[in-house]
Design a protein around this ligand. Structure first.
Ligand code: FPP
Length: 246
């Protein structure tokens, strides 16, 4: 039986988050520049998004550029921004064809104007699509998002709109850039690294984490099914005992 046929469609994660890691090492292994790895990473993005849409995953968040990535060599940052612009431009029709809505989280104002424009247009064009929401985390870090949320809540408290004793998890959720999405049940990181790297720190509190040695440009739909199958075999207890769950 194929991996896809083994999936329990009733038990799919609604939301999968991915740290797409290993592009640089993939390129280096082939004697190429790092950007060659990022370019080939786009293929894995396409395949993952299409596979998620096909099987019925509703949200896919991709860590495409972190706040910390701004400190990479200028050439690599520029090339990544160019790649983002050209990919969005080229692939908006694929998003439309696959009924995929594009969204973004992060400090979007920090992106080059061209990038913001292209992204804004694609978000607008795809906003009516309903099969899968693909969220690009761009100039994003969880600590940045949490600090913004803390500032907003502090301001509301200062203005007397919120009583300190009423601050709870639901309120924090409401002020994060991920407020419109359910928390991911599954987080996948490629390339063998086993870290969260400032990605969705709040939202991953009870997510299942899946690490694969595959480098991102080699990640394909079979790897996605494998990760979901692994997730489906786990017991999610949310702090309770197995007996309580039964
Ligand atoms: C991490 O690999 C990857 C990134 C920082 C960029 C990810 C970007 C893409 C996959 C392409 C653009 C995406 C979209 C959605 C259009 P790394 O460079 O840290 O690899 P390394 O750890 O091997 O050096």
């Amino acid at each position: 039986m194929s991996l896809k046929d083994q999936l329990n469609i009733q038990k799919l994660p609604k939301h999968i988050a991915v740290i797409m890691d290993g592009n640089g090492r993939w390129a280096k292994g082939k004697g190429k520049f790092r950007i060659f790895g990022h370019q080939n990473g786009v293929k894995a993005v396409k395949e993952t998004a299409e596979a998620c849409a096909e099987i019925g995953v509703q949200y896919l968040t991709l860590y495409a550029f972190s706040t910390e990535n701004w400190s990479r060599p200028k050439d690599e940052v520029n090339a990544l921004m160019e790649l983002l612009v050209s990919t969005i431009r080229k692939e908006t029709k694929t998003l439309m064809k696959n009924n995929i809505r594009l969204e973004a989280i992060g400090d979007i104002n920090d992106l080059p104007a061209k990038c913001q424009r292209e992204l804004g247009e694609a978000i607008d064009e795809t906003k009516g699509n309903t099969r899968l929401t693909m969220i690009l985390a761009l100039s994003y870090s969880a600590k940045w998002d949490m600090i913004n949320a803390i500032k907003h809540i502090a301001l509301e408290a200062k203005e007397g709109k919120v009583a300190i004793e009423n601050i709870d998890t639901a309120m924090v959720d409401k002020f994060l850039s991920t407020k419109d999405y359910p928390h991911p049940e599954l987080m996948i990181r490629t390339s063998g690294e086993q870290r969260i790297s400032n990605f969705l720190l709040w939202e991953l509190a009870y997510s299942e984490l899946y690490f694969t040695p595959k480098l991102w440009p080699d990640f394909n739909r079979e790897d996605l099914y494998q990760a979901i199958l692994d997730y489906q075999q786990r017991e999610r207890r949310f702090g309770k005992t197995s007996e309580q769950l039964a």
